[in-house]
Design a protein around this ligand. Sequence first.
Ligand code: GDP
Ligand code: IMO
Ligand code: MG
Length: 428
Amino acid sequence: MSTYVVVGLQYGDEGKGKITDVLSAKSDYVVRFQGGDNAGHTVYVGDEKFVLHLLPSGVLQCKGKCIIANGVVVNPKAFIKEIEQIESKGLKTDHVFISRRSHVIMPYHILLDTYREEEQGGTQIGTTKKGIGPCYEDKIARVGIRMIDLLNPEVLREKIEKNLKVKNSLFEKYFEKPGLDVEEIYQEFLALGERLKDSIVDTELEINEAIKDGKNILFEGAQALMLDIDFGTYPYVTSSSPSTGGVCTGAGVPPTALENLIGVAKAYTTRVGNGPFPTELDNELGENIRQIGSEFGATTGRPRRTGWLDLVSLKHACMINGINNLVITKLDVLTGISPLKIATRYKTEDNKIIDYFTSSTTKLYDYEPLYEELEGWEEDITNARTYDELPVNAKKYIEFIENYLGINVYLVSVGPERSQNIIRKELF
Ligand code: GDP
Ligand code: IMO
Ligand code: MG
């Protein structure tokens, strides 16, 4: 009985949802601790596809409780829509709870996100336009509306009035767009609070008691370290901390309680949205990987940029997260490609060879990745269920990653379906 943290190590979409789903079957709690409905976590159960945005991916299999903790930003309308979708497939959702401390994504956050992106032209971040950044801004500025506020009519009205005074002036004067109506938003969010009141609870006490009682608790990260507000490619990042450290502040859990720190990486790299991507393959091979790997955003449908595996950025991500167990997904997508390249160092603009990730996002565009080449394999690996069933070159690929990072790969994913895994060591 222990704690497990699943985080993304690249630019998101590593297959965290699939891994969380697998692990949640044995979990008493599955907890989301950051991000919001910008996430898109895909789980295949047989031929049936589920895409979770705000709900923990554990909702499908976890027999215990699914918690949206304080660090998450919650769009209540998106929450209800997702609950209804899951229920329409015959699954129960009465085990899902939201922290009273979670901040609420309001309509003005979504508009602000959208107007800012439109204004930027070619230099936009490429956000999901779900209002994530503006909601976290208000949280830090101490003017945010929390889930608990939806249950208190006076507080809710006062906070909406105060916020709209500022936001409407920005919309009307700066963006030359229409302002929003206080009464309309107040009535809508009061009704949402009334509808959700039984699901809005204090979560940190229960999570800490469950830790003391020795339950299995799985913390599910959204986004990934290279999109981290501090350690990603700022400003082309999201507005939260998708790292293992984010669990502590995002769920109210002490660092000493975190044990199994599981980092998920694809066997190659993808990125959706703008920003530097040193190993990008902006060519026919990149397009082939996109098609074979179905690399299209689960939230926005945008084509994902594709490229070689980048161990320089992966080392950075493992260091910040303290990863002690690796998961490599989508190894099957590399079948038939040879040679395979893996970036192990960068050459800087002044010809220095480095093997650490830089804080200078602008310089990163001029860095040249230096690659090691490995021979590929031709065999279909989607039916492999033990490590020994993998072709020797596929094993060499995995072992190259392990040796470079000094961390064991405990699970290799060879297909999107729940059962398409090679588990080398049972963690539970
Ligand atoms: P997440 O955001 O990290 O949960 O990842 P997404 O769900 O956005 O994207 C991962 C995509 O890859 C989804 O469509 C998954 O169904 C799919 N997937 C996950 N693991 C594998 C795998 O090992 N092989 C293949 N071919 N697809 C996978
Ligand atoms: P999952 O959990 C991939 C990206 C956006 C954009 C940047 C900021 O499915 O891995 P935001 O809307 O968060 O302000 O956008 O972050 N982004 C993701 N990319 N997977 C995600 O989530 C992402 N969530 C946000 O494309 O570049
Ligand atoms: Mg995703």
